[in-house]
Ligand binder design. Structure first.
Ligand code: AGP
Length: 615
């Protein structure tokens, strides 16, 4: 996710744009940049790192005061967080400046075309190709920037919000969007473009939500919107009722709620560009295929929620590849003299990429000769930098301390690695891999369906707010889901919660059951491994017979559990291995709501940090 701002009006474009970027910095902070149209043409300042670095640069080397400009704060997808890769990107003749949020899937072929035309591309980004394409097209449309944008957008595939300005047009900003947000702020004698309303809410509350495949042209006094073919488009005008702080949360009361709601898109973005015509394309991992072919053991190292993602991945990786997969708490790994060597693939899973326990574990693995692959949500962080390869989860910044969308995308990314290993080791046929990829591709839609049950789950949580202890049970991949549900409740509601493998209950923990004790049970699909389903239904009966209040998460149509569920939370059907992407969501909402009911600071729980950078 990146932050985007465009402005045209009587105010100082630099001031308006930079202030807007400040409001959007939560969307990404790898680099920032601004471009304005001056009497002498385009003028640009851009800098790696947080926005403050750009502000210092501009203070030392001011931009001319003009009434038209664009700005960008970056969450890197293609190319590391460097000055060169920072947006805006400028065409080779310096006439066009472009900023972008999203992923242009076919940028590689366009880069090749431009190179063949003798155009030198300066950055590693996908975005830069748009600046050069606009430069090429503009003369063919008599300099009509809106028509040029339409023609360029028709060439692009993927997800993008693009905003462009041109040196000899000091009163026009043009933007386009596909699968990526863009709103217009309508002022008096001025107009704004942004990723979300928080960027311009202090100037105007009149906004226009742009639709799919639309292009918008703003001047001081006008807003024109068409589709990619030039036909006038219907748009939705609305009044912004949020205050600026709430707007940064997209209107949600909590970043955690916003990030729970972003999970369908986070999963879709993690899949985007990694599957084509049924095959996996993970060459971004940068570890040569032959080294993957030599892998005889996989070891996953991670902490907390990331560790639970690793536990889930183990089931899939072993099932698809028949390669042994161990999952280790990173903080334990290097102290137990682990058996890893040059035939080991160590996967370090980390949202922040700065967790010291995981860093130390990957360093130990490398000392033992293992290949290390990072699964990380933060470009340029220490863990991907020190790993041999990286597969990024494109979840966008996760601000709430309690990890939600990062968790789902860690599972998805680990599954992609597992399928990639199966593809290379030929333990799965192409059609079998394609079948899983097709199922994965449909998971954002099913996660959306789970989100429709949010109010029901919030009511269940409110009914549990006086509980002092909650148990979570699961089998197979439902067991790590149970552990994750318990962790969420611990870290948010500050209460005792414990996850168990359901089969383990009778070996001691069942003694914990008291009258009315809430027990959350994650029920595997009926159609998957029937024996698993039968066993967990027995487990529900066992705890209920001893007084437990059973809160059962089960798929639509599974009536075998109804008689034993005091509370039933339904999720869509899904294959066993993909069910964690659905069953986890109600547990996130449950913990969030119980913490809210207790008046806790959900986004910043006590004693915790978003990234634990000490051992
Ligand atoms: C999960 O909600 C916690 N924030 C915590 O367990 C976290 O998952 C763990 O500290 C690992 O962080 P990382 O993914 O940034 O390495």
């Amino acid at each position: 996710m990146c932050g985007i701002v465009g402005y045209v009006g009587p105010k100082s474009a630099v001031d308006v744009v930079v202030a807007g970027l400040k409001r959007l910095e939560y969307r990404g902070y790898d680099s920032a940049g601004v471009a304005v149209v001056t009497a002498d043409g385009l003028s640009t300042r851009k800098k790696a790192g947080k926005l403050v670095n750009l502000q210092e640069m501009i203070a030392a080397d001011p931009l001319a005061d003009t009434g038209i400009g664009i700005g960008h704060t970056r969450w890197a997808t293609h190319g590391g967080p460097t000055d060169t890769n920072a947006h805006p990107h400028v065409s080779s003749d310096g006439s066009v400046a472009v900023i972008h949020n999203g992923i242009i899937e076919n940028f590689a072929e366009i880069r090749a075309e431009l190179t063949a035309l003798g155009i030198e591309l300066r950055s590693e980004t996908d975005t830069e190709v748009v600046a050069h394409l606009l430069q090429i097209v503009l003369p063919t449309v008599d300099g009509d920037l809106m028509e040029a944008m339409r023609r360029v957008c028709r060439r692009l595939s993927g997800a993008f919000t693009l905003v462009a300005i041109v040196a000899d047009q000091p009163d026009v900003v043009v933007a386009a969007r596909r699968n990526s947000p863009l709103v217009v702020g309508r002022g008096v004698g001025e107009n704004f473009l942004a990723s979300d309303v928080s960027a311009f809410i202090e100037h105007t509350r009149h906004a226009i939500e742009l639709g799919q495949d639309q292009v918008v042209r703003i001047t001081r006094d006008g807003v024109t919107v068409t589709d990619f073919d030039g036909a006038t488009a219907d748009v939705t005008e609305f009044e912004v009722t949020w205050d600026a702080a709430a707007a940064e949360r997209g209107g949600y009361d909590l970043f955690m709620l916003k990030e729970i709601a972003e999970q369908p898109k986070a999963v879709a973005d993690t899949l985007l560009g990694r599957m084509s015509s049924g095959a996996l394309t993970l060459d971004e991992i940068r570890i040569p295929e032959e080294q993957f072919r030599d892998v005889a053991k996989v070891v996953i190292v991670a902490c907390g929620t990331a560790y639970h993602a690793g536990m889930i991945a183990k089931y899939a990786i072993e099932h698809w590849t028949r390669i042994p997969c161990e999952v280790e708490l990173a903080s334990e790994f290097r102290y137990r003299d682990p058996i890893v060597n040059s035939k080991s693939l160590v996967i370090a899973i980390s949202q922040s990429g700065e967790t010291m326990d995981t860093i130390m574990a990957l360093r130990h693995a490398k000392e033992q000769g293992a290949k290390v692959l990072a699964i990380c949500n933060t470009r340029g962080a220490t863990i991907p930098r020190e790993s041999d390869g990286v597969l990024y989860t494109n979840a966008g910044p996760e601000i709430a301390v309690a990890s939600t969308k990062a968790f789902l995308t860690q599972v998805v990314a680990a599954y992609l690695v597992g399928l990639y290993l199966a593809q290379i080791h030929k333990t799965k046929f192409a059609d079998e891999i394609n079948a899983v990829l097709t199922q994965l591709d449909d998971m954002p839609r099913r996660i959306d369906l789970v989100l429709d049950t949010t109010e029901h789950v919030r009511q269940v949580a409110r009914d549990l707010s006086n509980a002092t202890s909650v148990l979570f049970l699961g089998r197979h991949v439902g067991y790590p889901v149970a552990l994750e549900g318990a962790l969420k409740l611990k870290e948010l509601a500050y209460m005792h919660a414990e996850g168990f493998a359901a089969g383990e209950l009778k070996h001691g923990p069942i003694a914990l059951i008291e009258e009315g004790m809430p027990v959350v049970v994650v029920v595997p699909p009926k159609t998957g491994r029937d024996v698993l389903h039968e066993k967990i239904v027995s487990n529900i009966q066992e705890v209920r017979a001893r007084g437990a209040k059973t809160i059962v998460i089960a798929e639509e149509g599974d009536e075998a559990v109804s008689a034993y569920a005091d509370v039933l939370i339904r999720i869509p059907e899904a294959p066993t291995l993909l069910q964690p992407l659905l069953a986890t969501v109600p547990l996130q909402i449950l913990a969030c709501e119980m913490a809210t009911a207790k008046g806790h600071d959900v986004d910043m729980p006590r004693n915790l940090a978003k990234s634990v950078t000490v051992e």
